[in-house]
Design a protein around this ligand. Structure first.
Ligand code: ADP
Ligand code: MG
Length: 409
C-alpha cells in the first residue's frame, strides 16, 4: 500500500483558542480516518497584541534595543511557532492522536542565511518520514528553518505557507491544505468587499499573481513551490466544512461543478495600501536612461523595493512603501534630485489570465473609478494584470466599485 501524505497548515487565528484548536484536531482526525498520514504545519498563535504572536515577540526585544542583530531576532521570532506547535501537539495528544513536534530545523528545512527573510534551499525529509512510519502525526513549526551550519532562520511574512508547500513537495504529499479563517480564495478581500465570491478552482498562475499583488490569503512563494511539482493546494476554513478553493493546473471541466477557468476574464482584485508615490523631474532629457539608472541603483543599494515604475517624458515615477519613503527621499537628494512625494497611496491590481484577450477592461476600470470621483494617480497593464494607484482613503471604495463594475460578485 502506498503512503498517502497530507500536509495541513493552520494559520494564527486557527489556533488562537482551545475551541479553535479542538476544531484543528477534528480536521487532523478526519484526515487520519481518510487514510492519510498528516503533517501539520502551524503558525504562531493570534495576531499583533496577542501574547505569543510574532509581532508581540518582535516588540519584546525592539522596545529594549531597536538595532538587535537579525540573527538573534530570528531566534526570538522562531519561538512563536515553537509555542503554538507545543500547544497544538498537546491538543492532539489529549484527543488521542499520537503527535510529535519538530522545529523547522529538526524537520529538515534548510535555508540560506538571509535572516528575517530566508529562502528554503531544500528539505531533508528523512526525520519526518521516520516519525510518520512510527504512526505519529508530525507537527512542524512553520515560518522557520535552519542554515547548513545550524543557525535558526525565519522565512518572512506568510512564511508558514511556504513551510507547508516545501514540506508537501519534499514528501510528495497528495495535497497541501492551507486552513485559515475564510472559506477559500475570494474575488476580493472579504473584509473590503462584502459580496466577494469564493473561487472553486484557480490556476497556480492566477493565484500567484493575486498573492504577489497583495491578496494576503496565501503567500506567493508557497504557490510557486507547490506548482513546481504540481501538488494540489486547497485553501479551506478551519471552522466549517466548506469545500474551499482548489489551486491546480488541471482543466476545470475535469473538476465537477467548477466554473470554467478559461471563461474568466478577471479572477480577482488585490490591494496594497501604504505606498508613497515618488516623482523625479528630469532636467536633462538627453540622459534620461542614465538618470533612471542612477535613481534605481541608489534604491537598490539601500535595499529599497520599488514598484510601479513609469518613465514619462518629463519625469520618472515610482512607488515605495510609506515606511521607507523618507530614506528614499534622502538618497535622491544626495544624488542631486528634488523628488516630490505623495504618501498614503494604495495599489489595486485586477488579475486574470483572460484580461489580454478582452478589449475594454481598462475602459471599464476608468469608468468605474470616475463614477465614484476617484482619481487614478498612475496605471499600468500586462497580459495578466491591470494596476491602478489611488489615494489610500479611496482604496476600499475603488475595490468595491471595480468588483461591482466587473461583475465579480
Ligand atoms: P492565516 O493566519 O490563516 O494565514 P491570513 O490573515 O494570512 O490568515 O489570511 C487570511 C485573510 O486573508 C482573510 O481573513 C482575508 O481577510 C484576507 N484576504 C485578502 N484577500 C483575500 C482573498 N482574495 N480571498 C480570501 N481572503 C483574502
Ligand atoms: Mg497567512
Amino acid at each position: 500500500m502506498s503512503v498517502r501524505i497530507l500536509v495541513q497548515k493552520f494559520g494564527g487565528t486557527s489556533v488562537a483558542s482551545p475551541e479553535r484548536r479542538a476544531q484543528v484536531a477534528a480536521k487532523v482526525s478526519e484526515a487520519i480516518s481518510q487514510g492519510f498520514m498528516p503533517v501539520v504545519v502551524v503558525s504562531a498563535i493570534g495576531r499583533a497584541g496577542d501574547p505569543y504572536a510574532t509581532d508581540t515577540l518582535i516588540k519584546l526585544a525592539s522596545n529594549i534595543y531597536s538595532e538587535m542583530p537579525k540573527r538573534e531576532m530570528d531566534m526570538l521570532m522562531s519561538c512563536g511557532e515553537i509555542i503554538s506547535g507545543t500547544v497544538l501537539a498537546s491538543t492532539l495528544q489529549s484527543a488521542g492522536i499520537d503527535a510529535v513536534l519538530m522545529t523547522g530545523g529538526q524537520a529538515g528545512i534548510i535555508t540560506n542565511d538571509h535572516f528575517g527573510n530566508a529562502r528554503i534551499i531544500r528539505v531533508e525529509p528523512e526525520k519526518i518520514f521516520q516519525r510518520l512510519n512510527q504512526g505519529q502525526v508530525v507537527v512542524v513549526s512553520g515560518f522557520q528553518g535552519m542554515t547548513e551550519d545550524g543557525q535558526v532562520t525565519t522565512l518572512g511574512r506568510g512564511g508558514s505557507d511556504t513551510s507547508a508547500a516545501a514540506i508537501g513537495v519534499a514528501l510528495n504529499a497528495e495535497a497541501i491544505d492551507i486552513y485559515t479563517d475564510v472559506e477559500g480564495i475570494m474575488t476580493a478581500d472579504p473584509r473590503i468587499v462584502e459580496d466577494a465570491k469564493i473561487l472553486d478552482v484557480v490556476t497556480y498562475n492566477d493565484i500567484c499573481h493575486l498573492a504577489h499583488q497583495g491578496a494576503k490569503v496565501i503567500h506567493p512563494r508557497a504557490v510557486e513551490i507547490a506548482m513546481q511539482k504540481n501538488i494540489p493546494m486547497r485553501i479551506k476554513c478551519t471552522f466549517t466544512d466548506a469545500p474551499g478553493t482548489l489551486v491546480t493546473n488541471i482543466q476545470p471541466d475535469v473538476v465537477a461543478g467548477a466554473d470554467a477557468i478559461g471563461d474568466r476574464i478577471i479572477t480577482g482584485i488585490a490591494h496594497t495600501p501604504n505606498l508613497t508615490q515618488i516623482r523625479v523631474n528630469i532636467a536633462d532629457q538627453e540622459n534620461k536612461t542614465q538618470t533612471a539608472k542612477k535613481i534605481f541603483k541608489g534604491m537598490a543599494l539601500a535595499d529599497i523595493n520599488v514598484d510601479f515604475i513609469s518613465v514619462q517624458s518629463e519625469s520618472i515615477l515610482y512607488t515605495v512603501r510609506d515606511e521607507v519613503a523618507n530614506k528614499a527621499v534622502s538618497i535622491l537628494k544626495n544624488l542631486g534630485f528634488e523628488p516630490e512625494c505623495l504618501a498614503s497611496c494604495a495599489k489595486i491590481a485586477l488579475v486574470g489570465g483572460g484580461i489580454a484577450d478582452v478589449p475594454g477592461v481598462m475602459a471599464s476600470v476608468v469608468e468605474a473609478l470616475s463614477e465614484q470621483g476617484i482619481a487614478i494617480l498612475q496605471s499600468a497593464d500586462s497580459h495578466t494584470t491591470i494596476w491602478v494607484l489611488v489615494r489610500k482613503e479611496h482604496m476600499a471604495a475603488a475595490v468595491q466599485a471595480l468588483h461591482r463594475k466587473l461583475q465579480l460578485g
